[in-house]
Design a protein around this ligand. Sequence first.
Ligand code: NAP
Length: 353
Amino acid sequence: MGHRVVQWTTGNVGRRSLRAIVANPDLELVGCYAHGPEKVGRDAGELAGIERVGIAATADIDALLALRPDCVSYNPVWPDVDHLCRILASGCNVVTTAAFITGHALGADARARIEAACRDGRSSIFGSGMNPGFANLLGLVSAGICDRIDRITVTESVDATGYASAETQQSVGFGHPITHPGLHAMVEKGTAVFGDGVSMMADALGLELDAVRCETKFAVATRDHDLGFMRIDEGCVAGVEASWHGLTNGRSRIELRVQWKMGQHMEPDWPLEHGYVVHVEGQPRVKTKLEIRPPKGFQGKSFVDFMQLGMIATAMPAINAIPHVCRAEPGIVGYGDLPLITGAGFCSEENPA
Ligand SMILES: NC(=O)c1ccc[n+]([C@@H]2O[C@H](COP(=O)([O-])OP(=O)(O)OC[C@H]3O[C@@H](n4cnc5c(N)ncnc54)[C@H](OP(=O)(O)O)[C@@H]3O)[C@@H](O)[C@H]2O)c1
């Protein structure tokens, strides 16, 4: 039998996780958690936009844990430390995209509670996603051909207009007046998990950091934008740049930089890379670029359709890690603790697409 998995919420990322679990013969969907009362009782497959799977979404956590799942695929908009501790202490592992890489961004107390729950349940938790997550792994792998590493920069530079998660977007500054005095603090808090991405990379490289710091820049909307799921009015934030630096002796050695834009009209209108770019300063110097493109025959037309590809790329690093996380030593585990995580699910020759 495959690993028994509960899907936790069916938002942007959760829907793609659920589809991937159902499609993977090594995984078995045994339950689905719903946060929204309107989703409780509905078929999990329908919530994910696929055929019915015969599993009704529920908000009853005890009932889900009584199913004795091997792993929860945890994709709520915010992590709930009480929920995570209940899951982990029950002996169930967790893979998550919800603002979790090392757990430091949640605060020392919360992290200690999660570690204790892992010890009690002899379970593990692994956080990833596209970025933070896979993009950071790309930085580590890219530096693997250097005999000297001076500095690694990983940049995400994308149009986020189609990322229909108003709560997430507002938490990182979008839509607030550009004159808002708390913008920097808001973005520092909202992107704190990228600081954990810096720490994870430093740990994997054996680099002891003195400090991890955040710098921010903003672009202002020059027209009103109604994006359907949220508004960005003229004079409000339509572009966010957050750079998380890992420092030794005051020098930035690892930088995770995100550059996000929403809408068409903003000042300054930063040029985008439309992907993820790694620069390794060292010997040799290395540049790696990852672009996400639609597959052949892709029918999508809108920004939201295209963003589905980003949601797949966010869900899969966690889903593909499930077998390894179920076998890992108890505790908070990162890329440095797990074996090579590859993709899964090659199309068969009889069924090519
Ligand atoms: N690392 C990466 O590359 C990356 C990229 C994108 C997103 N993420 C993270 O992945 C997670 C999921 O993102 P998403 O875009 O899928 O989020 P989302 O669609 O906005 O929300 C996910 C689900 O959270 C539940 N929810 C809504 N409001 C809630 C609240 N106040 N408290 C608790 N749960 C609530 C809902 O569950 P129901 O559906 O059950 O009602 C919702 O569907 C987020 O933490 C996001 O930051 C990571």
